[in-house]
Write a protein that binds this ligand. Structure first.
Ligand code: ADP
Ligand code: NI
Length: 227
């Protein structure tokens, strides 16, 4: 990589970071700027171990939620309109440009019955990073923040989780935050693409299971019987 090229890439990353920071600053659905920040940090950490093109990974991590399906209507669901628009003015090499767009289009979780495997290492790393931010201590915080945003309850013992959900059902489903653990969060550990992602997922998964155990004990006031 020559120096001029390197400078350009740094500038592109810088302006893209600022654009995303501004766009996401006011969000309270779990897609705030700090989610993007964490996904970038995780993706870079995984790249260090697993390899892959750092520029593509960094750009795709920054842009991965810009065209998120939850903020859009049915018709433009699989389009990456804003991402394409943003990239088009940056003079990025066409192959790299197209690679970033394809990652952004494919990164999202689409219900427990869809495996949604991404073909390239760069895409797999960004997907692992995004999924890792949905689990562990951060994932727990986000699940309840999302529930508050949507107006759903933290838990309703009469409601059973929908684990067979198709993408369409998953998108429309309005279950409690605790059910979301069974519909998505506890499934993510076994869907990691990379070994490093898997390793991080193991400890985050164990922490969520411990949280759930405590949650049910406290729900029924059984604390004294469990000490
Ligand atoms: P991303 O696109 O970043 O992978 P999502 O858009 O699926 O994540 O969701 C944003 C956050 O809100 C995630 O942490 C996710 O687990 C959580 N979330 C999504 N749907 C629900 C739900 N029905 N109940 C509780 N939390 C949810
Ligand atoms: Ni995301």
């Amino acid at each position: 990589m020559n120096t001029t090229n390197y400078k350009n890439k740094q500038e592109i990353l810088h302006v893209t970071t600022e654009y995303i920071r501004k766009t996401f600053q006011a969000d309270s659905s779990g897609h705030d700027w700090w989610h993007i920040y964490r996904v970038v940090q995780l993706a870079k950490a995984i790249q260090k171990r697993e390899g892959g093109n750092l520029f593509i990974i960094h750009m795709a991590a920054l842009l991965h939620d810009l065209d998120d399906h939850k903020f859009k209507t049915e018709s433009d669901d699989s389009e990456a309109t804003l991402t394409i628009q943003w990239l088009s003015q940056l003079n990025i090499d066409k192959n790299i440009n197209d690679h970033i767009i394809s990652i952004v289009k494919n990164v999202s979780f689409r219900g427990s019955s869809e495996l949604n495997k991404i073909a390239t290492l760069e895409g797999q790393i960004v997907q692992d990073a995004d999924r890792l931010d949905a689990i562990g201590a951060i994932g727990i915080a986000r699940a309840f923040a999302f529930g508050g945003y949507k107006g759903t309850s933290i838990y309703d013992p009469t409601e059973k989780p929908d684990r067979t959900g198709s993408y369409e059902k998953f998108k429309l489903h309005k279950s409690s935050s605790i059910n979301h653990f069974y519909e998505k969060l506890l499934l993510l550990k076994d869907r990691m693409n990379t070994e490093s992602g898997q390793q991080i997922a193991e400890s985050r998964h164990a922490f969520m299971k411990m949280f759930l155990e405590h949650f049910y004990v406290e729900w029924d006031g059984n604390d004294l019987e469990n000490t």
